[in-house]
Design a protein around this ligand. Structure first.
Ligand code: NAD
Length: 487
């Protein structure tokens, strides 16, 4: 079966998924397909009452299913069955995602969806292996750190990797014994709705996963301020993250995980394998057209290697061809919206006006859809808009350095610290600089996520609080209680 599909014939689930059922709802927010700019659907917006209905449904489901109290292996088994179904239904999921998002259908099936199933299994395995601890005390006492689920977790996800971000939130929260109310981005809700339906089909008690659609101001705000949502898990921009913190501070303090924006450096020394570095650097800024939180958007290269690296990157950027997300052969993604495409262009133009030189790109692509050409900007400095701002587009800046000190000075961003790349043939230097780089993830002689889900991800500075993935993400979905018993 070919993965390619006709976007006009796809049937879309429009509504909220509450208590195991799709509740049809009137669309409000107009949606445009990034690949051909066509208006094709309207996204409903859940108000305070509907969010409350979802939260009360989640609470009731926790109670009747005793999800947090059953033998942990039962939770594990359901999550494994869900992962199996996700793999079996990969094509349907991929189409529901590809129509609205920037993710090409082929990459969804081989990448995002396969990885999401794997990550759900990864978190399932913690259910019956990670728990409370006995701690050392004198022999007249018994000390314990007892852990338990929070109850209802409120999760909010962005549009750039919809299924994968939902898996990062749902997997650990459910494995740890919670129920979830999740709001996907108003631009890409369909695949998340189907993901929840598959969970129920796999035997997850109805009401443990509830999906409410809507925007941040109405639905998101109602969720983060809801008194019965015990913990918030958010992935999105730093701007929205700070609005969420503010709302939580105002409406009642609760724990939160915030996975936010980035402006990650890739530092290349002349002793690195320049061919490999060029491939990794280019892939990181071209993949999803730079619309990734960890996009390595600031290239910082030793002066003597700059010319060779630039030549190799320009060749790779020139080979990129746009194609709609519903074509199985497409590799290069459109930008999510017309507004975002203009924002990218504005930042590029402002940087050029401030002295940057544009070696390639810097314009919309000559095709249907919101495509932006891969762009390489040189002659930028630390104050250039393209170096400061998270562009969320295929725009790479290049700065050169003479020595390690200058490289570290350029790599340090005033507010972001999500990820960093380091390319060098000198092991001692790699370790020395890994200690100095201020980022939550460091990749050495490679760039981008692997399938080592045990490595947590999260930001330094304003790139976030807390971790997704890894043991930390499971633990963050349980609260702990210290118990001391006098014997
Ligand atoms: P966004 O912040 O605009 O929206 C993210 C989600 O938050 C959406 O569902 C949106 O409706 C909701 N939202 C917005 N304002 C809100 C509010 N005040 N209260 C509650 N919810 C609100 O981000 P986006 O444009 O969808 O995604 C791109 C951003 O996400 C980038 O900054 C990117 O770096 C970041 N991101 C981070 C990671 C990570 O792991 N750190 C991963 C993916 C994306």
């Amino acid at each position: 079966m070919t993965l390619s599909f006709d976007p006009d014939s796809l049937i879309l689930p429009v509504g909220h998924f509450i208590g195991g059922q799709l509740l049809p709802a009137q669309g409000v927010l107009p949606m445009h397909r990034p690949s051909d700019e066509k208006a094709y659907a309207d996204c409903p917006v859940a108000n305070v009452d509907l969010v409350d209905q979802a939260v009360q449904t989640a609470k009731a489901a926790l109670k009747t299913s005793n999800w947090g109290g059953v033998r942990p292996r039962e939770r594990l088994n359901v999550l494994h069955r869900w992962a199996d179904l996700i793999e079996q239904e990969a094509v349907t999921l991929a189409r529901l995602e590809a129509i609205s998002s920037t993710r090409p259908v082929g990459q969804l099936v081989s990448g995002d969806i396969a990885v999401s199933a794997e990550q759900i299994r990864f978190f399932a395995e913690f259910a019956d292996k990670e728990g409370s601890d006995l701690v050392p005390t004198d022999d007249a006492s018994l000390g314990m750190i007892m852990t338990e689920p929070y109850g209802v977790v409120g999760a909010i996800t962005p549009w750039n990797f919809p299924i994968n971000m939902a898996a990062w939130k749902l997997g650990p929260a459910l494995a740890a014994g919670n129920a979830v109310v999740l709001k996907p981005s108003e631009m890409t809700p369909f695949s998340t709705l189907y993901l929840a339906e598959l969970a129920v089909r796999a035997g997850m008690p109805a009401g443990l996963i509830n999906i409410v659609l809507g925007d941040g101001m109405t639905t998101g705000n109602a969720m983060t301020g809801h008194p019965d949502i015990a913990k918030v898990s958010f992935t999105g921009s730093t701007r929205a993250g700070s609005a969420i913190m503010e709302n939580i501070a105002r409406t009642g303090i609760k724990p939160m995980t915030l996975e936010l924006g980035g402006k990650s450096p890739q530092v290349v020394f002349a002793d690195a394998d320049i061919g490999k570095a060029a491939a990794a650097v280019t892939a990181s800024i071209i993949s999803n057209a730079g619309q990734a939180c960890v996009a390595g958007s600031r290239l910082i290269v030793e002066k003597s290697a700059a010319a060779e690296l630039i030549d190799a990157i320009l060749v790779k950027m020139a080979a990129v061809t746009p194609g709609p997300t519903w074509d199985a052969e497409s590799r290069y993604s459109p930008i999510i919206s017309d507004r975002q495409r203009w924002r990218i262009d504005d930042i590029v133009k402002a940087s050029v006006a401030a002295g940057a030189q544009c070696l390639t790109g810097g314009h919309f692509m000559d095709s249907e859809g919101y495509f932006y050409a891969p762009t390489l900007l040189t002659a930028v400095n630390q104050n250039s808009p393209a170096v400061i701002e998270e562009i969320f587009g295929p725009v790479l800046t290049l700065q050169t350095f003479e020595d390690e000190e200058e490289a570290m000075m350029l790599a340090d961003h005033p507010s972001y610290g999500l990820a960093a790349g380091l390319f060098t043939g000198d092991l001692s230097r790699a370790i020395r600089l890994t200690r100095r780089l201020q980022a939550g993830t460091i990749w050495v002689n490679r760039y981008g996520r692997s399938r080592d889900h045990i490595l947590p991800t999260g930001g330094y500075k304003q790139s976030g609080i807390g971790k997704d993935l890894g043991r930390e993400a499971f633990q963050a979905n349980r609260k702990s209680k210290s118990v001391l018993i006098s014997l």
